[in-house]
Design a protein around this ligand. Structure first.
Ligand SMILES: Cc1cc2nc3c(=O)[nH]c(=O)nc-3n(C[C@H](O)[C@H](O)[C@H](O)COP(=O)(O)OP(=O)(O)OC[C@H]3O[C@@H](n4cnc5c(N)ncnc54)[C@H](O)[C@@H]3O)c2cc1C
Length: 303
C-alpha cells in the first residue's frame, strides 16, 4: 500500500506549482468481454477489495453511460473511481523540473560515471570530468541504477520490461478516462490533443533498438475496443524501460553498506504513479523527518 496516497502526493506537489490541471481524477475503466474473462482476474480484484480500494462492477449499459464509443463485445466493466491520470507525462515532468529549478534545485546535464566511495561513505558522483561532492547521494537512475551500484558491490537483479506507446491524432473517438481492455492488457488514455495506447512487455535489455512493429501492433488493440477509430494520423511512438525487480517492490531508502547513499528506483510499471510518493519519502529521510512507511521491504540490502 506504498502508493495509497499517490494521488494526494501528486496533487500537493502540483498545487504548489500551480499545475493541478496536469492531472485529472477520472477513475479507470477496466473492460471484460464475459464472466470467464473476469474470473481470471478475480484474485487481483479481491486484493483491491481487501485493501479497501473503491471499485464498482458495471453492466454494459453503465459502461455506455461512461464511455459511449466502446465496442459492444465488452459487456462487463470494473470501475476504479479513485484512480486518476495525467493529461501529458512529458509536460508534467518538464513542469516539475522547471518549477524546482526556480527553487534552488540545480540541474547538471552530465552522465554520472561512478559513485565515489571514500572511507565507508559515498561522498558524491563523478561526472563531467570532476567529482561533485555531497553529504547525501541518491541513486534514482531507473534501469541504469544497476550498473552504478554494481561498481560499489551491489548486485541488484533489476531487469527492464520494455514497453511502447503510440499516439493517434484526431481518432474520431473520445474516451474521458483511461480504458483498459483486460484481454489486450493495454492502457488507452486521452492525452492533450491525441489518444495514446500503451502497453506490451519486451525483455530485450537496455541496448537493443526499439522494435517499431511492437508499437504499431498496439493499434490493433485500440481498434478492438474502438472499431470506428481513425488511424490515419499517427503522431508519435516511443519505447521506454520499466525497471523491474523479482519481488515487484521498488528500492527506496538508505544503504547499509555505504553511509550517505540513498536509493529511489525500481518502480516497474508504476514509476510515474510512485514518483511523488518516493520523492516525498526521500526528502523526509534526508531531512531526518519521520516517515510513516516501514521501508525494510524496500531496502537495497535485501538482494
Ligand atoms: C509504455 C510504458 C507505459 C507506462 N505507463 C505507466 C503508467 O501509466 N503509470 C506509471 O506509473 N508508470 C508507467 N510506466 C512506468 C514508468 O515509465 C517507469 O516506472 C518510470 O519511468 C521509472 O522512472 P525512473 O525515474 O526510475 O527511471 P527513468 O524514467 O528511466 O529515468 C532515469 C533517468 O536517469 C537518467 N540516467 C541514467 N543513468 C544516468 C547516469 N549515469 N548519469 C546521469 N543520468 C542518468 C536517465 O537518462 C533517465 O532520465 C510506463 C512505462 C512504459 C515503458
Amino acid at each position: 500500500m506504498l502508493y495509497r496516497d499517490a494521488i494526494d502526493r501528486h496533487k500537493a506537489m502540483l498545487a504548489e506549482m500551480d499545475a493541478l490541471n496536469l492531472i485529472r481524477l477520472t477513475g479507470h475503466l477496466h473492460l471484460y468481454r464475459n464472466e470467464a474473462q473476469l474470473a481470471k482476474d478475480e484474485a487481483s480484484w479481491q486484493t483491491r477489495r481487501m485493501h479497501g480500494i473503491p471499485l464498482e462492477r458495471l453492466s454494459r449499459k453503465e459502461i455506455e453511460a461512461l464511455e459511449p464509443d466502446i465496442a459492444a463485445d465488452y459487456q462487463i466493466g470494473m470501475f476504479l473511481p479513485g484512480h486518476g491520470m495525467t493529461i501529458d507525462p512529458l509536460v508534467m515532468a518538464t513542469t516539475v523540473a522547471e518549477e524546482t529549478s526556480r527553487r534552488q534545485v540545480r540541474f547538471v546535464a552530465e552522465k554520472v560515471l561512478r559513485l565515489v566511495p571514500e572511507g565507508g561513505r559515498i561522498v558524491g558522483v563523478e561526472a563531467g570530468g570532476k567529482v561533485h561532492r555531497a553529504d547525501h547521494t541518491v541513486v534514482a537512475a531507473g534501469m541504469w541504477s544497476r550498473e552504478l551500484l554494481r561498481a560499489i558491490g551491489y548486485n541488484v537483479p533489476l531487469e527492464s520490461q520494455r514497453g511502447y506507446h503510440i499516439d493517434v491524432v484526431d481518432p474520431g473517438v473520445s474516451p474521458s478516462r483511461p480504458v483498459i481492455p483486460a484481454d489486450r492488457k493495454v492502457f488507452i488514455t486521452p492525452m492533450q490533443g491525441r489518444l495514446r495506447v500503451a502497453g506490451t512487455v519486451e525483455l530485450l535489455g537496455l541496448d537493443a533498438p526499439p522494435t517499431e512493429k511492437r508499437a504499431r501492433l498496439l493499434l490493433n488493440d485500440l481498434a478492438a475496443v474502438y472499431p470506428q477509430v481513425r488511424l490515419d494520423k499517427l503522431q508519435d511512438n516511443w519505447m521506454g524501460h520499466r525497471p523491474c525487480l523479482p519481488d515487484s517492490l521498488p528500492v527506496i531508502g538508505s544503504a547499509r553498506k555505504w553511509a550517505g547513499l540513498w536509493c529511489a528506483f525500481g518502480h516497474g510499471h508504476l514509476g510515474l504513479t510512485g514518483a511523488a510518493v518516493t520523492g516525498d519519502l526521500i526528502a523526509n529521510l534526508l531531512c531526518s523527518r519521520p516517515v510513516k512507511v516501514d521501508l525494510a521491504p524496500f531496502s537495497v540490502d535485501r538482494f
